[in-house]
Write a protein that binds this ligand. Sequence first.
Ligand code: AHR
Length: 495
Amino acid sequence: MRTTVQLQGSPDAPIVNKNIYGHFAEHLGKCIYEGIWVGEDSGIPNTRGIRNDVVSALKELNIPVLRWPGGCFADEYHWKDGIGPRKERPAMINTHWGGVVENNHFGTHEFFDLCEQLGTAPYVCGNVGSGTPQEMMEWVEYITAPHQSPMADLRRKNGRDEPWHLPFFGVGNESWGCGGNMRPEYYADEYRRFNTFVKSYGGKHVYRIACGANSRDLNWTKVLMDRARDHMNGLSLHNYTLLNKSWPPSGSSTDFDESEWISILEAASAMDGLIAEHSKIMDQVDPDRKVGLIVDEWGTWYPADPGTNPGFLRQQNSLRDALVAAIHFHIFHRHADRVVMANIAQTVNVLQAMILTDGPKMLRTPTYWVFHMFQHHQGGQVVPVQVETQTYAFENHQVPMVSASATVRDDQTHLDLSLANLDPQREASVEVTFDRDVVPVGGRLLTAPDMRAHNTFDNPEAVIPREFAEHQLAGRHLKLTLPSKSVVMLHFGTS
Ligand code: AHR
């Protein structure tokens, strides 16, 4: 059976907020320390302590927004411990992640330096669980106050004259769990209280994000929307891709069979229904969609790779993870009228990472390459697609075989079409019908002979994209064959 993809543009179609391609970096395992921060005295080439190789690789992704410092770490982080001369900063225990000692060498100044080096917007998550409204208020003042003030003066004393721009601020993380084990009614009140003290200085609005639900907890979304919607700009949602959709994580990042392959892709595809369910609840009290849904933690979560610290959540990343990323982006595009930001967990060395490091060595994962290929969708206008495809089924699992998404950009002069074939055995014959005249201007394909293929420090290019032009265009009809287990991005000029 042939898969058909029909494009039908609409002037009312939403814009894919570029922040859907956002990231998350926590003080967890080797994400910040070693993965990003090596210190000024390191033999690893760095700029003011931040690894040059990692920054240069990440810059290629045009990361629009970066969430920090957690995660669970955010609700035990006291920002004043992370400013001033590094040698004098007090240490703490990172209780959630391996119980290791955190020396606070990477703090506010270092994070904003990282954002400036990457050209990315900062999204800071504040401490509700073990902090105070005053501590939160002073942090925002420290970061953003332009005039003379106690916190702005302290910032200047620590070497930063100009305020930084803080476009996004999260009021707590997973307050239903590691952030305080709160009930939604209690958190809704705490949110309203803490948020009152998050001030906007210098006429620059801080977009406030309330802690949202854990996966299917629709009641959390309902209570927050009922009780606090007028005080928030965004409400978050966390959902990890788990084998058999069940916690705790099981399986392996690289040692899996077809049953585990499809189970993970089925779990990733479930994000569609999940967003629809939460959106429906939000629509009841917010039909104009003023409150954005912020999926600020998503991605695969497997047991940590053998031989690594289980508390560091270090996992390899295979072609399967690349398919997971493509599926998620297609879903986020489909819900672009509600989902305005998403942050993959996490950028370096943790969970579904873009980059893995080992001392001075660094590699780009298959997930990195999907972000690389799909960046053209950032800020584009959705061109709705109708996909008719067969089902790919294995054992008791099933998913649509082909997933697709299209956007237009640059005053509608360019159209980008991405496709994914989830079947690891069969290629897919695809016929695309465009709603306008197009001229192919390039394409890339990501696949590998084995579904478990991944990049290692010995073979860092086992899974990398290659040019793809194996398609035939006749009028507004395009025919192509998607190899099994592949992701394709095609670019067109339009007239
Ligand atoms: O990303 C790892 C952890 O997952 C985060 O710290 C927490 O918010 C979530 O449970």
